[in-house]
Ligand binder design. Structure first.
Ligand code: NAP
Ligand code: G4F
Length: 360
């Protein structure tokens, strides 16, 4: 069994919670950075999984309350533990929010990555510690190609993507300049029941669960025509783990190769609870109506349009298939079903909880 020591930044997020489980299954001692919440009664689904794993794996999973923006915190953490592998997942990961919080997003997503790399270099750990950077398909921006892969130029249109592009280049630079085992995982959208409520898939599945249980009537959405390549987060974290197992560092795209619109996601998710949608109107007047009852279930809110949109993403993960033997296991329909059913179960389980309406 491998006895390696890994650090996961952003362990309390969707991906961190799955990666933590994968690392524990593979015999790692896992350390995770989690931000202290002053309102301790608020626990996301992802965090609750990490806390459950910590309970089950005492001494094998160590949670550190901290922030990647504090270099002294990072220095003392790395000095004490000199990790074998660092999976850097922490980020302000919401693209829409990045237009309002530009400086903050760039500070965390771009300079936060540099802070971690600098910590490794400052402590002379570049020959010991492997580094994974969570890069994003959002960095491809408005591409004209039918699909995007490792050779597609980065052309960011949001502050989020610009910051992630910086993180990509500073990671490759550390590989070239300092010989650091540094990997960029360029991941297309991946979802799960542990996704934050502000992302469109979970916003939809959570609202449909509420509609199904008679707790609300309609979902407000922005751009229904945007297309994404959606996979399952567990599959993608398995891929990220494989990238770090290679003999030499490299950059890899993870994607399903299939693209679907937000509208397709809504239609598929409503089908899980037996509702068939029919669409009428156009632009901000478009509505999705329950074909059987005539009730309006989807409306468009122009406030949810983004100042600049990535309208089409479809990835080719050919390189990961060949070099990592990676392929996504969970289909789009299985993903949507798992998410809708998990949200119905969650609301059943915690009916009195105050659920925040997502305005994102
Ligand atoms: P997520 O659920 O938003 O998780 C991000 C985590 O980072 C959260 O737990 C957050 O903590 C933490 N964090 C943010 N700022 C921090 C800071 N300054 N110090 C310490 N922790 C901080 O995102 P995800 O979906 O798991 O994605 C993981 C990474 O992959 C992110 O870097 C994201 O940008 C990237 N990515 C995601 C996708 C995707 O489709 N999911 C695709 C491509 C790339 P709080 O909860 O306290 O905010
Ligand atoms: O779910 P989203 O917010 O994800 P987005 O912007 O694609 O970003 C996610 O994937 C990236 C990988 O490509 C990650 F790097 C990033 O961290 C994040 O995980 O939005 C998906 C699409 C967008 O086109 C958005 O305009 O859905 C559209 N959309 C339509 N209505 C909406 C809504 N998005 C949100 N969040 N909320 C809406 O009501």
């Amino acid at each position: 069994m491998d006895k390696r020591k890994a650090l996961v930044t952003g362990i309390g997020g969707q991906d961190g919670s799955y990666l933590c489980e994968i690392l524990l299954q593979n015999g790692y001692t896992v350390h995770g950075i989690i931000r202290n919440r002053t309102t301790s009664d608020y626990t996301t689904v992802a965090v609750s999984h990490v806390l459950a794993a910590a309970e089950k794996n005492q001494n094998k999973l160590v949670l550190h309350s901290g922030d990647i923006m504090d270099p002294y915190f990072l220095l003392s953490l790395f000095r004490e533990h000199s990790f074998d592998e660092v999976y850097h997942l922490a980020a302000q990961s919401h693209v829409g929010t990045s237009f309002k919080l530009q400086l903050y997003t760039c500070d965390v997503n771009a300079l936060g990555t540099l802070r971690l790399i600098q910590t490794i270099l400052t402590l002379g750990l570049e020959k010991k510690t492997k580094f994974y950077n969570a890069c994003s398909s959002e960095t491809f921006g408005q591409t004209v190609k039918d699909y995007q892969d490792e050779s597609t130029p980065l052309c960011p249109v949001s502050p989020y993507a610009a910051a992630k592009a910086f993180s990509y280049w500073i990671t490759s630079s550390a590989r070239i300049t300092h010989g650091l085992f540094a990997v960029n995982g360029i991941l297309f959208n991946h979802e799960s029941p542990r996704r934050g409520l502000g992302f469109v898939t979970r916003k939809i599945t959570f609202a449909i669960a509420q509609i199904h249980l008679g707790l609300r009537s309609c979902i407000m959405l922005g751009n229904l025509n945007a297309r994404r390549d959606w996979g399952h987060a567990r599959d993608y974290m398995q891929g990220a783990y494989s990238m770090m197992k290679q003999d030499a560092p490299d950059d890899y795209v993870l994607a399903t190769g299939k693209t679907r619109s937000v509208r397709d996601f809504v239609v598929t998710a409503f089908q899980i609870v037996g509702i068939r949608l029919e669409w009428s109107g156009s632009g901000i007047d478009e509505v999705g109506v329950d074909a059987r009852t005539g009730q309006v279930r989807v409306r468009v809110d122009p406030d949810l349009y983004r100042p600049a949109e990535v309208s089409y993403l479809r990835g080719s993960a050919q390189k990961a298939a060949t070099s990592l033997d990676w392929k996504p296991e969970i289909s789009f329909k299985e993903l949507v079903k798992e998410m809708v059913e998990a949200d119905i179960a969650l609301i059943h389980e915690k009916p009195t909880r105050f659920w925040m309406e997502s305005k994102l």
